[in-house]
Ligand binder design. Structure first.
Ligand SMILES: [Zn+2]
Length: 159
């Protein structure tokens, strides 16, 4: 299609209002006028809005579960100590097994130190225990909010 302003032949023109009349212009000439929403464009944006709603819905639907996070259990020190004793290990022996200093185990069992992710994994694997608890976050509020809205509301909002 040719631009009605500069005459350049471009693949895609945009409808703009120049001095009150609508013209098909190229990207370069767009700046001379005000962009007009053609019906084609309106359809497009409705589709976009619909898509956005779908995305939001699927996100919030799964969100409550996917966002469940693992957090260090409050009684992690007890869990370590109990498991160590069950395995008949001294602090020193356990430390050796996971390549740490005995003081690290002592600190963990006194709750003087929170294990790093790496250390926690080593302890869990060596002692065959779990030091984390699943904390499920509350479902995201937008689920209800989005479902209460009609597409029309969203388009209104967009304007
Ligand atoms: Zn042009």
């Amino acid at each position: 299609m040719a631009c009605e302003l500069c005459g350049k032949d471009v693949g895609k023109t945009t409808t703009v209002k120049v001095e009150g009349s609508e013209m098909e212009v190229c990207e370069d000439c767009k700046k001379y006028g005000k962009e007009v929403l053609t019906s084609e464009k309106k359809n497009q944006s409705t589709k976009e809005v619909l898509q956005r709603i779908q995305e939001k819905k699927s996100q919030s639907r799964s969100g409550g579960y996917e966002e469940a996070t693992e957090e260090l259990a409050l009684d992690y020190s007890e869990r370590i100590e109990n498991a160590r004793l069950e395995n008949d290990l001294t602090q020193e022996e356990l430390a050796k097994k996971i390549n740490e200093k005995k003081s690290v185990i002592a600190k963990l069992e006194r709750e003087d130190m929170r294990p790093s992710e790496d250390l926690r994994r080593k302890l869990e694997n060596t002692l065959d225990i779990k030091l984390t608890e699943k904390i499920e976050s509350a479902p995201i509020k937008t689920t209800q909010e989005t479902e209460g809205l009609t597409i029309g509301d969203l388009i209104e909002e967009k304007k």
